[in-house]
Design a protein around this ligand. Structure first.
Ligand code: HEC
Length: 174
């Protein structure tokens, strides 16, 4: 009954189960997604903040879209830790799934298998940086080549983090 097929250490499973006490087993599966507290070693930091880079030229990413948006505590946390605080959060995953359907599904498909854009439901990332949450945020916010527009123009940073939490579940479902 425990989600140990994801090979997370017992302590993390215990933490996830405590966290999700009272929720259904299906939800406790998603809550055990990526409980890593630290960003991967190749995420860069400067002055206590993550250094984000544009996917196309590696130049520092300029946060120029939707400047009126509210930067939620989760967004602030992501900019500080490089870890998506919404990973495994059932409500965030649900909201992210709705945005994914509207903004992403036409190219990446419902299950993330990919069509016009690459697959998002395995761990084969096409770009150098997209194996990290920071790298995925960069290309979603700031855009990539061709059809991969800067979705920071159409979604707040908080929404992008929720979409990323949803995409994580596509990898686990495979
Ligand atoms: C109109 C088609 C289109 C839409 C809509 C679209 N993408 Fe993409 N996506 C692409 C293409 C094409 C690429 C490859 C671009 C590149 O590598 O520079 C890509 C690349 C990506 C990558 C990097 C994948 C890798 O393997 O490195 C991620 C992550 C991604 N998209 C997420 C999203 C998300 C999230 C949304 C919705 C907010 C979205 N995309 C909407 C076409 C699209």
């Amino acid at each position: 009954m425990y989600p140990n097929r994801y090979l997370v250490p017992a302590a993390m499973i215990a933490a996830a189960l405590t966290f999700t006490a009272g929720k259904t087993l299906a939800e406790s599966h998603s809550a055990s997604v990526d409980t890593t507290a630290e960003a991967p070693a190749d995420v860069e930091f400067a002055d206590g903040k993550v250094v984000f880079r544009a996917a196309l030229d590696d130049a520092p990413l300029v946060f120029e879209h939707r400047t009126e948006q509210t930067l939620t505590p989760q967004v602030e946390e992501f900019h500080t830790t490089g870890v998506n605080p919404y990973s495994g959060d059932a409500d965030a995953i649900e909201a992210g799934g709705k945005s994914y359907k509207k903004l992403c599904q036409s190219c990446h498909l419902k299950d993330g298998a990919g069509r016009i854009g690459p697959s998002l439901n395995d761990n084969n990332w096409e770009r150098d940086r997209t194996h990290t949450e920071v790298g995925r945020f960069e290309i979603i916010y700031g855009g990539g080549a061709g059809a991969m527009q800067a979705f920071g123009q159409r979604a707040d940073q908080d929404d992008i983090l929720k979409i990323m939490a949803f995409i994580d579940t596509l990898r686990l479902e495979k």
